[in-house]
Design a protein around this ligand. Structure first.
Ligand SMILES: Nc1ncnc2c1ncn2[C@@H]1O[C@H](COP(=O)(O)OP(=O)(O)OP(=O)(O)O)[C@@H](O)[C@H]1O
Length: 292
């Protein structure tokens, strides 16, 4: 069996405290070194992480910590220097079909000459999904992101938040097992961002998909996640792994003004400050070693 043979059954979202059997994602001793003109840059030093089926995890870390590098390795877009990544027990050696990625730059990831519907349908067409099934999947995806009223619009006719919803619809249309999101809401205004956060939690509840969400925003990570993974400065290791024991039913006003939310965000903030204060020794030392 290959990763592409995994079934796309709906799975119940796991809750903190669930015991893990075969993790949906297993990252073991991942290291990524980029070769550069005058040596090497060690972006990720040693990351070991297990993510259960149906979990919603946020990854936070200082700027340049190696978050995108980690995500690209998990997505099979970059080969790790050492270590391994498994999706449901099967090694990831290239982009696996049951994984979808949503990037920050929705403007560049959508085709402006295609309608909303055609953009969402494209990966299904490429995967030769039959027309009748395709239509149903596109309808469901547009409904999930509340864009069923604009199927014939073009991306450039929509607001930034709506365009990012199209990108999310395209990612969820073929029911991926894992959804990777790299700072997807960094370019939208605060109110739209709050709406999109609630949309992600809705989709997660509806589809039971495993979500790995990278963000710079500490409050966003606590609001969204069941678990927040804090990364150290580059070369990255896992600095802390925190269970978010907030009620599952979250509300932008109520949840964010609760005492527990404040305690959790303070913890994450302190860890990020610690991570920022620690010297990024690896990248420098590897470069120096290469010059010697
Ligand atoms: N293609 C590349 N070639 C060389 N070095 C790279 C490459 N991509 C990233 N790096 C370096 O690897 C380190 C980690 O970068 P990465 O983009 O993964 O961090 P990040 O945490 O996602 O950053 P940000 O928070 O700014 O988005 C940085 O020092 C960066 O300069």
């Amino acid at each position: 069996m290959t990763v592409d043979d995994l079934t796309h059954d709906r799975a119940p979202a796991s809750r903190p405290g669930n015991t893990m059997t075969t993790p949906m994602l297993s990252i073991k001793n991942l290291q990524k070194i980029y070769p550069v003109a005058d040596g090497e840059i060690e972006a990720v030093r040693d990351i070991t992480l297990e993510i259960a089926e149906g979990e919603l995890i946020c990854i936070v870390g200082p700027s340049g910590a190696g978050k995108t590098t980690l995500l690209k390795c998990i997505a099979g877009l970059l080969s790790p220097t050492s270590g391994s990544i498994e999706l449901a027990g099967i090694p990831v050696t290239g982009p696996p079909k049951p994984m979808a990625v949503v990037f920050q730059e929705y403007g560049r990831s959508l085709f402006p000459w295609m309608t909303v519907r055609a953009n969402v349908e494209l990966p299904l067409k490429n995967a030769r999904v039959p027309k009748s099934e395709r239509d149903k999947l596109v309808d469901n995806a547009l409904e999930a992101v509340e864009l069923e009223h604009v199927p014939t619009s073009y991306p450039w006719q929509l607001s930034g938040g709506m365009q990012q919803r199209v990108a999310i619809a395209r990612a969820v249309a073929y029911r991926p097992k894992v959804l990777l999101m790299d700072e997807p809401f960094a370019a939208v205004d605060a109110q739209t961002r709050a709406d999109l956060e609630d949309l992600v939690r809705n989709i997660w509840h509806k589809l039971g998909v495993t979500i790995l969400f990278i963000t710079h925003d500490i409050d966003e990570s606590v609001y969204l996640a069941q678990r927040v993974i804090m990364l150290s400065n580059s070369p990255t290791v896992v600095q802390d792994d925190l269970i978010i024991d907030l009620p599952d039913d979250r509300d932008q006003l109520e949840t964010r003004s609760s005492t527990r939310f404040a305690e959790l965000r303070t913890h994450v903030y302190e860890q990020i400050q610690l991570a920022k204060a620690s010297k990024p020794t690896g990248a420098v030392s590897v470069q120096k070693a290469a010059r010697r």
